[in-house]
Design a protein around this ligand. Structure first.
Ligand SMILES: Nc1ncnc2c1ncn2[C@@H]1O[C@H](COP(=O)(O)OP(=O)(O)OP(=O)(O)O)[C@@H](O)[C@H]1O
Length: 310
């Protein structure tokens, strides 16, 4: 599989306060990368930096941000807008913020996709009701139907190469969540889409992702295949997260909580490993020096202990 997205040493600050620090990752065509990490670890900021939709006041710098062979930082605003509109699809978290309440769902859908295959597509994902009820407004459909509709829209309206889904199933019950996940996998298989899937839910990650990236305090502290991360995690934070899961992954299983507070590196100075104060195996160097990323193939780990074992 060819690389679709390559990010090297990405930093994002909000008014001088670091939110993403030195993240490097690669996403291949057709691959689903799950991004996990506790609240505030920088997952949404990373996705927003890729699509260039950061709020005013955010500052981005990166050694490389390459999408399908083109360096994103070299594109004009208009070129970036075109890529975002046509090649990168975003699945929003809440359907009601994305659909107009004052227009029938079918009409809105036809704004984006008016092909003769529409009825067929909707039928395939259990949304024939949208065709059968052409005059029904969004409030007449269930949250699950609307969420599936938005996934279809994001993926089909413009046939993107990359789909970014930021917690698209958080508000859904388990049955609808399973439908949305099946739909995403089906779209990946049919269209060869790559996906960046942000979630707190490790069961989802185990179900649909090929690889996992674990974020902690703005850093990508570890990435690897699902099998590597679940069965041989190298970073003590990943190990702690998995150890804190009672009975491992059940549907709806959120990330485990681990003792201590997230280290806040507000100054942006290298002040040791961000996880050192909570880490059960930290040693002197961990409090003094931020570990550098150790890259193996497409994967990375940022930990002095892991470095010692290399
Ligand atoms: N618009 C903003 N202005 C200033 N700081 C922000 C802004 N958005 C996010 N941050 C800060 O950046 C850091 C990373 O936040 P981000 O939302 O990317 O994390 P996250 O992992 O996506 O969290 P969650 O899982 O809760 O969505 C946090 O410290 C957050 O407070």
């Amino acid at each position: 599989m060819a690389d679709l997205l390559t990010i090297a040493d990405l930093h994002v600050d909000y008014a001088g306060r670091p939110a993403v620090q030195g993240v490097s990752l690669t996403l291949r065509r057709g691959e689903i990368l799950g991004l996990v990490g506790e609240s505030g670890s920088g997952k949404t900021t990373l996705c927003s930096a890729i699509t260039n939709v950061l709020p005013a006041g955010a500052r981005v710098r990166a050694a490389e941000m390459r999408f399908d062979g083109r360096e994103l930082s070299e594109l004009s605003y208009e070129e970036m807008r075109r890529i975002r509109a046509s090649r990168i699809g975003l699945v929003p978290q809440r359907p009601m913020t994305s659909l107009s309440p004052s227009s029938p769902v079918l009409r809105q859908l036809r704004w984006y996709h008016d092909g003769s295959d529409l009825a067929d597509l909707l039928g395939q994902v259990g949304l024939k009701a949208v065709i059968d009820r052409p005059r029904d407004y969004p409030h007449r459909f269930s949250g699950g139907q609307l969420q599936r509709l938005l996934v279809v829209l994001a993926a089909l309206a413009r046939k993107p190469d990359l789909l970014i889904a930021d917690e698209p199933t958080t508000t859904l019950d388990a049955t609808v969540q399973a439908q949305v996940l099946r739909l995403l996998l089906d779209l990946r298989d049919r269209l060869g889409l790559a996906m960046l899937y942000v979630t707190h839910d490790l069961a989802v990650v185990a179900q649909i992702c090929d690889r996992i990236g674990v974020m902690y305090s703005g850093r990508l502290v570890e990435s690897g295949t699902v099998d590597q991360i679940f069965n041989a995690p190298r970073h003590p934070y990943t190990q702690a997260l998995l150890a804190a899961l009672p009975g491992r992954t059940r549907p709806g299983q959120r990330l485990g909580t681990i003792p201590g507070d997230v280290h806040r590196d507000v100054s942006g100075r290298a002040a040791g490993c961000a996880f050192a104060s909570r880490c059960p195996v930290a040693f002197a160097r961990c409090h003094e020096e931020d570990p550098r990323p150790i890259v193996t193939g497409a994967d990375v780990v940022r930990c002095h202990r892991a470095e010692e074992k290399e």
